[in-house]
Write a protein that binds this ligand. Structure first.
Ligand code: DGL
Length: 274
């Protein structure tokens, strides 16, 4: 496998949520060409078992590798938690980056009292990769994980604020953010969809809690890794983004509005089978 600075960066997610990572990459590395695969046919990954998530992730990665990429970004917390070591080994020497380590680094940097709450999918919380990554950086950290499954469907409906989103957030976080010395000071959004709920979560946790997500720190980690390997594209022209989806282009394009904050062109999206 020969890697070249002019090749695109490949990203994959279980569907559309990884567009928040694509958005952060476009802002940080505007000259890079990106190719994004959304496995909309198999969404959600967050309620599936580990072996299944690994199998789906291998297929998605193979598709991107076949189209020629210089780096893989697993833009999905669930897939990162379950499949990162397998993908690194299987696709070496391709650089493979996930969102968990950058997210854990952001949470540890943000927290003063080292009491950190992780919100994520069921599979991510059960897998324990975030908890492990935080404790590796900060062994005395108190880490509380909460699976917030409903947020994924709500985000895809565009119901990310107002009384419904706030009620769901309050229910999931019940009993965690009380007064007193045990009160966590940091909330980590360990799922691609959850940055859309920042206002609703803020309403529930109050103004003093730091809310962090992994998109921006992942983009920074990608830049550092590309620089280290001499793979940064220095073309000086604006990069392009192409999209591959495994089902329902129309729904994907609609959701792009919520997740990317902009429309994408139909010509830039193709239906693929894995
Ligand atoms: N992309 C997934 C994640 O970040 C959320 C959606 C799903 O469950 O597939 O964990």
């Amino acid at each position: 496998m020969s890697l070249d600075a002019h090749m695109p960066i490949g990203l994959f997610d279980s569907g559309i949520g990884g567009l928040t990572v694509l958005h952060a990459l476009r802002r940080r590395l505007p000259q890079e060409n990106l190719i994004y695969l959304g496995d909309t046919a198999r969404l959600p990954y967050g309620t599936k078992g580990k072996e299944t998530i690994i199998r789906y992730s291998q297929r998605a990665t193979q598709k991107l590798v076949d189209s020629g990429i210089k780096m893989l970004v697993i833009a999905c917390n669930t897939a990162t938690s379950a499949a990162l070591p397998t993908l690194r080994e299987q696709f070496a020497p391709l650089p493979v980056m996930g969102v968990v380590e950058p997210g854990a680094a952001a949470a540890v940097a943000a927290s003063r009292n080292k009491r950190i709450v992780i919100t994520a999918t069921e599979a991510t919380i059960a897998g324990g990769a975030y908890q492990e990554a935080i404790r590796r950086r900060c062994p005395e950290a108190v880490v509380i994980g909460r699976a917030c499954t409903l947020f994924v469907s709500l985000a895809e409906e565009g119901w990310t604020d107002g009384p419904i989103a706030e009620g769901v957030a309050a229910r999931y976080l019940e009993g965690i953010f009380g007064d007193g010395p045990e009160r966590p000071d940091t909330l980590l959004l360990g799922c691609t969809h959850f940055p859309l709920f920042t206002d609703a979560l803020r309403h529930v946790v109050g103004p003093d809690v730091r809310i962090v997500d992994s998109a921006a720190t992942t983009a920074q980690a990608v830049e550092e890794e590309l620089r280290r390997r001499n793979l940064l594209c220095e073309s000086g022209t604006q990069g392009t983004s192409r999209f591959l989806v495994t089902d329902n282009i129309a729904r994907f394009m609609r959701a792009c509005g919520y997740f990317l904050g902009e429309e994408i062109r139909q010509d830039d999206v193709a239906l693929v089978d894995l």
